[in-house]
Design a protein around this ligand. Structure first.
Ligand code: AKG
Ligand code: FE2
Length: 354
């Protein structure tokens, strides 16, 4: 099954598009998010070259010596900035018994890989966008970490990060229209959110065997996630109907995935998309080709997690408040929601700095 590709220029250049065409386009966006938890977009403001610059720098960073990378580790800040080494992030499927039960009930062909321990991927967390002056959630809004020897770090991270946020904002507006909400229903809640540029880095030289799990089956706890195209495939997503799909992101396209916060805001009309990253036969083909061409064997994802602002209230919006499922999604601060989720998947028991 191919995911639809939406060209955001049709929405951005409203002069060239009629109201009927726009509403049709927004309908495709909300339907795809609802039925597949994902969507492919093309944004004229985010080129394949921008994505390449970002990935080139991250490959250079991730292939640096382990001891150097550990200088950027901030466990006392719950890894919410700087580097997270491999073996720290725990996939939800490993710790959530209700989820494990659902997995056992799935038909074998769609059942996700079952990792036995934490993910063997590294990650770098970089906050993007303005911070709130007043917040109850300081820790989720911590200062950035810049590794030495990367003079273009801040510019490269911010440039890619802002581009990804701009793309997400357009998708969020289109989705709101498609869901029958005011155009700014989501974007007004995203302002000053703790958005995170959070590329993963996976060492395919050491962990390149087919079946290796880089990110075990999970959902993302944020609002919407966006990724550029990775140089190595491996992402599987689950559609709402339970089918598993290997994602192919065409060159120049971006992949959007639904997180738990959009599920909350739509009272489960749109659910958080389940996904995993594993080494498949397509990944090993890409490894062979990269070795022949002397390219890096680190798989870098250009992932950005877009969030609802920490102090904003998560609750079903507009007509979704009337949904019979609305009581499953009681109002709470987005920051509190994030802290609760982090406590389950990884970071409980770590000391708090503030
Ligand atoms: O590495 C990737 O492609 C995405 C990993 C992922 O699902 C995540 O970072 O939440
Ligand atoms: Fe994810």
């Amino acid at each position: 099954m191919d995911l639809p590709v939406i060209d955001l220029s049709d929405y951005l250049s409203t002069t060239a598009t009629s109201d009927a065409q726009l509403s049709e386009l927004c309908g495709v966006v909300s339907r795809s998010l609802r039925e597949t938890g994902a969507l492919l977009v093309k944004d004229p403001r985010c080129s394949a070259q921008d994505n390449d610059l970002f990935i080139d720098m991250m490959e250079r960073y991730f292939q640096s010596p382990r001891d150097f990378k550990l200088l950027q580790e901030r466990p006392h800040l719950h890894y919410q900035v700087g580097v997270t080494p491999e073996g720290v992030e725990v996939p939800r499927s490993l710790v959530d018994e209700e989820m494990q039960e659902k997995l056992r009930a799935m038909p074998e062909e769609y059942r996700p890989s079952s990792p036995k321990g934490p993910d063997c991927k590294w990650r770098y967390m970089w906050r993007v966008g303005p911070r709130p002056l007043q917040t109850k959630f300081k820790e989720l809004n911590a200062e950035p970490v810049i590794p030495e020897g990367f003079p273009k770090w801040k510019d490269t991270m911010d440039s890619w990060g802002y581009k990804m946020i701009s793309a997400i904002e357009v998708v969020a507006e289109m989705a709101a229209i498609g869901f029958g909400l005011p155009k700014d229903a989501f974007t007004s809640l995203m302002k000053q959110g703790p958005h995170l540029l959070a590329p993963t880095g996976s060492d395919l030289q050491t962990h390149g065997r087919e079946g290796t799990v880089f990110a075990g089956y999970h959902y993302d706890l944020n609002f919407l996630t966006i990724h550029g195209r990775s140089r190595f495939p491996g992402l599987n997503i689950w559609l709402r109907n339970g089918r598993k799909v290997e994602v192919k992101v065409p060159v120049g396209c971006l992949l959007i995935q639904t997180g738990k916060q959009i599920e909350w805001l739509t009272a489960g009309d749109c659910i958080a998309g389940m996904h995993e990253v594993v080494v498949t036969s397509r990944t090993t083909d890409a490894i062979k080709l990269a070795s022949e061409q002397n390219r890096s064997l680190w798989r870098v994802s250009s992932t950005l997690f877009a969030h609802i602002a920490s102090d904003a209230i998560l609750k079903p919006l507009g007509h979704f408040a009337e949904s019979p499922l609305a009581s499953k999604y009681p109002p709470l601060c987005a920051g509190e929601f994030v802290e609760k989720e982090l406590a389950v998947i990884n970071l409980k028991g770590q000391s708090k700095e503030s």
